[in-house]
Structure formats: C-alpha cells, structure tokens
Design a protein around this ligand. Structure first.
Ligand SMILES: Cc1cc2nc3c(=O)[nH]c(=O)nc-3n(C[C@H](O)[C@H](O)[C@H](O)COP(=O)(O)OP(=O)(O)OC[C@H]3O[C@@H](n4cnc5c(N)ncnc54)[C@H](O)[C@@H]3O)c2cc1C
Length: 495
C-alpha cells in the first residue's frame, strides 16, 4: 500500500479519550494508517478523571506500557477499591473492593455462605473476606506475590494525556494544534469529509473519532445523532473540582463521601490530592457547594475550584456515519464508580478488534453501538443502585429512594432481596461480588439464600470462613505500606 492510499484516521480532541485512542491505534495498526490528532490548547481538556478500575492495566498491557514509567510520569498511586462513606446513612461506611470476595462454589456464590453464617451470628462483614479491602484499610500495597492484589490507579489526568502523547507521536501520530471551526460533510452521504481549523487548514479523513468532550462537535453538532438523557434517574448535574496539597500519605483507595445533595471524592496522588464535589443544582446553590467543598479539602487548595456542568446520558449511537465518539462526547454517567476512562479504553479496544478499513460499515457500527449501549446501561444501573438504597434524611436522598429505577435494575434488586442471587451478564462490567458489596453495604439483607450452606454445621462453616480470613491475613503479612512500595518502585525507573 502506498503512502497516498493509506486510510486516514482523524482524531478530534486531545484529552484522555483522544490520546488513549491515538496511542492504541498507532501501536496496533500504525503502518496501515495515516493518523492525525487535532487539539486546541486554548480550549483545553476537562482536567478531571483521575480514578480508574483494573481494566486500565489490561489496556496498558495492550499498549506495552511499563508500569513504573507510567506511574512516575503521572504521579500515580494504587487503588484497591472505593470507600463509600455516609451513603446508607450518616456515619456509615462500606467498601467496594476490586478482586473476589470469599470463595464461591460451582452451585452457590460466596454471599450465600456468608449470609448463613451471619444468621448464625458469626459472619462478620462481607468484605472481611476481601483481600483488597483488608489491604486498603491497612494502607498496604505491593504488586505480585504473595498478595497478588487486584488493583487500578489514581493518576494525574493532564500528565496522563501528556504521557500517552509521548508514546503516540514518536510512533507516527501527527498532532495539529488549532481550533476546529467547521466540520465539512460529503454532500450525498452526509459522512464527515474534513475538519476546518481557525488557521484555515483543512484536514480530510476517512474515519473521524470524536474526542471533543462535552462539546461533541462531530457526533452531535454536525451529525445530530441525538442524546438519551438519564437525568431523571441520576439528577446530579454539576461538580466542583480542586486539587490540594498533600497532608498525609496516600491511601490505596478512592473515597466517595455522601453529603446532603450529592457526594464528594478524594483521589490521592503522590504529589497532591484530587478533590471533587458532585451535586444536584436543583438542591444546592453553586456558592454553597463551593464552600462545602473547600471546608472539606484537607490541605491548601492549589487553585480556585472549577465548576463543571454535565448531562447524564448517552449518545443514541456512538458510531454514526464515519464517526465514532469516544469519551465525554459519547455520553457520561457520573464518576461514582470511576468508569469513564474504562469506557474509552473498552471502546477503543473494540474499535481495534473491528477496525473498519472502509469508511462506512453499517452492520459493524450497529454491533458496536449495541455493545456500547449494553455496557453503558449496566454501569448506569450500578450507579443508580447506590442512590436508590440510601436511608439518608435530606430531600435529595428521599427523592432518590422514592424514584423509579430502570426495570433492569428493579429486577436485580428484587432478585437479590428475595434470594441473595446476583449475576454478571456477558456485557456487564460489575461482578457478582460488586453487586453484593453495594447491595449489602447499602443495607439490603435478603429474605432468603441458597440451601447449600445449610448442609454445613456451625463448626464447619465457622472453620471454612476462619480459613478464608486466615488466608487473607497470611497474604497480607509482611506487605509494605503503599508509601514504602511506591518509594521502592521508583528506584531505577526510566525517565
Ligand atoms: C466531574 C467529573 C469527574 C470525573 N472523574 C472521573 C474519574 O474519576 N474516573 C474516570 O474514569 N472518569 C472520570 N471522569 C470522566 C473523564 O474526565 C473523561 O472520561 C476523560 O477525561 C475523557 O475526556 P475527553 O477526552 O472525552 O474530553 P476532554 O478532556 O474535555 O477533551 C476534549 C478535547 O477536545 C478538544 N476540543 C474541543 N473542542 C475543540 C475544538 N473546537 N477544536 C479543537 N479541539 C477541541 C479539547 O481541546 C480537548 O483536547 C470525570 C468527569 C467529570 C466531569
């Protein structure tokens, strides 16, 4: 194939989504493609999105990323799950860990054994049987044996985009700085033909990837794809974000702390703390939200809190004509379970698996869109779950508890309440352990559970659970603190 005949991929936007796409596509299909990324320093990026889930590690493996170098460049820390504080009611806390909880049998998942033990008076908490929870709460961390923890990262979003750019550009991605002023379409097909920049430069392409964030310049402003609004299920629409000086060693987990009209996050990095305050503007005025955030920030703020407004929902199609939307341009569900970057990574991976070397392939696009929808709806349901099951006192929370939820979620809650059953479908991100952690963390104790544990005597069940706890203690024994581990990591890391 000659240079002139190369299939042209144009990525509009250079936030996390744009550079994730650029780095992955050039690494795997680079020689077949001509890849251009357009970004505007004047417009900038959303600048948040700093907590990830373990799928980031598989994605990094796909890109051949060296973990130590990545961590150094992005000031990253390790994450073992999320601590949910005040969600059920004020003063309450539960943990949603990565990794498995307890040990399941082929015929009955672990929660049935735990519930049986609990009824007999010796079960403890569900996450007592989670290695990651116990390591997180003890502030311990190490990769590899003996603990073999399941983990993800907290990272500096701006540094992450810069890091990915440092991989993508030398591999062949052409970066063009400038503001996209106009998007040209082919007369007959309506496909996107070119981006026209404020400098007058025209960038033609065969496939366009819209990574322009909430602006959605290509997929919405140009192609009018449509947006499915989920605001009636998830009514937070605003967030203040501010970084602050570090006051204590970073904990290996994200904190999600409920407040009267939403929740706030704490994401510890090596060099600073990321703080955010998610709220419903119908329930809290901006200046009050800003004040409440600042009052809760542990160290000195590094700048004035930045207000972000968003709409919860998804684009009717992520792939429309010859345009694929990734990241915020494709939709947004609030960051409670840190799923947005995951959604970018999984969509880029799917695009690579189905890479269209012809501009318009409608069956492929339909398949891509169906999978994106299934994944987004699953995540949406999981997030709504946290709100639905609250027992807090404020109007914002009362409304949530009373609100109708999607049928798909109502069925899951009913199933769990009735029988302690949870499941993970083929497009589902969250595992049975995740559903169980949040359901029980939010105070749902099922009316019944599997009969299998009933075959075990108290002594046998107590021994089985004791062995699990002892196994966890054994794997944690001698594990360093995250701080000590981070220090050991950077000795000798490449610049
Ligand atoms: C409050 C909040 C908290 C979040 N927390 C998390 C989290 O903890 N974990 C997580 O996984 N995700 C989180 N997210 C989501 C995460 O921030 C995004 O998924 C991620 O940053 C990707 O953003 P993006 O690249 O799509 O958009 P952006 O970062 O907004 O990038 C858009 C790009 O398009 C460019 N652009 C736009 N218009 C033009 C134009 N006219 N011409 C040229 N260039 C243009 C911009 O310059 C920029 O480069 C959060 C989001 C919000 C709002």
């Amino acid at each position: 194939m000659t240079e002139a005949a190369k299939f042209r991929v144009v990525i509009a936007g250079g936030g996390t989504a744009g550079w994730v796409a650029a780095a992955a596509i050039v690494r795997h299909l680079g020689p077949l493609l001509d890849i251009t990324l357009v970004e505007s320093d004047v417009i900038g990026t959303v600048g948040v999105g700093e907590s990830t889930i373990p799928t980031a590690r598989s994605f990094h493996a796909l890109l051949g990323i060296n973990e130590r170098v990545f961590m150094k460049e992005t000031n990253a820390t390790f994450k073992l799950g999320i601590s949910f504080e005040n969600w059920r009611r004020e003063g309450d806390r539960y943990f949603h860990p990565f990794g498995t909880v307890g040990r399941s049998l082929p015929l009955a998942d672990f929660q049935h054994f735990w519930l049986s033990a609990r009824e007999r008076g010796f079960g403890g908490d569900y996450t007592d049987y989670s290695l990651e929870t116990q390591a997180a709460l003890a502030g311990k961390f190490a990769t590899g044996e003996p603990a073999s923890l399941s983990y993800a990262y907290h990272l500096d979003a701006t540094a992450y985009a810069r890091f990915l750019r440092s991989l993508a550009e030398p591999a062949g991605v052409r970066r063009v700085e400038g503001k996209i002023e106009r998007v040209e379409q082919h007369g007959e097909s309506g496909d996107i033909a070119a981006l026209v920049l404020d400098s007058g430069t025209r960038i033609e392409g065969d496939l366009f990837i819209d990574c322009t964030g909430f602006r959605a310049l290509l997929i919405e402003e140009t192609l009018k794809t449509g947006f499915e609004d989920w605001g009636h299920w998830l009514p937070t629409d605003s967030a203040f974000a501010v970084q602050s000086e570090t006051t204590e060693p970073p904990v290996p987990y994200t904190r999600a702390i409920a407040h009267g009209a939403g929740w706030r996050w704490r994401i510890p990095l090596q060099h600073r703390m990321g703080n955010g305050f998610v709220f419903s503007s119908a329930h809290l005025a901006d200046d009050e939200a800003r004040e409440q955030l600042l009052a809760a920030v542990p160290g000195k703020p590094l700048f004035d809190p930045r207000l972000l407004r968003y709409r919860t929902g998804m684009r009717r199609k992520s792939w429309n004509h010859n345009c694929v939307a990734l990241g915020l341009s494709s939709g947004f569900v609030e960051p409670l379970e840190s799923t947005s970057i995951h959604m970018v990574m999984i969509a880029v991976t799917r695009l690579l698996q189905n890479f269209p070397l012809r501009p318009n392939m409608s069956a492929l696009a339909d398949q891509f869109n169906a999978q994106s929808r299934a994944e987004s709806e699953h995540i949406r349901d999981f997030i709504i779950l946290h709100y639905k099951l609250n027992q807090r006192d404020e109007p914002f929370w009362h409304e949530h508890a009373a609100r109708e939820v999607p049928d798909s979620l109502a069925e899951r809650i009913a199933l769990f309440r009735e029988s302690a059953m949870a499941y993970q479908g083929s497009d589902d991100l969250f595992r049975i352990d995740s559903w169980t952690s949040v359901m029980t963390g939010q105070g749902v104790y099922p009316d019944d559970y599997h009969r299998l544990p009933g075959l075990m005597s108290d002594a046998d069940l107590q021994k089985a659970l004791g062995d699990l706890r002892a196994g966890i203690a054994h794997r944690l024994f001698g594990l360093p603190s995250q701080t000590a581990f981070l220090a050991s990591q950077f000795e000798g890391a490449a610049a």
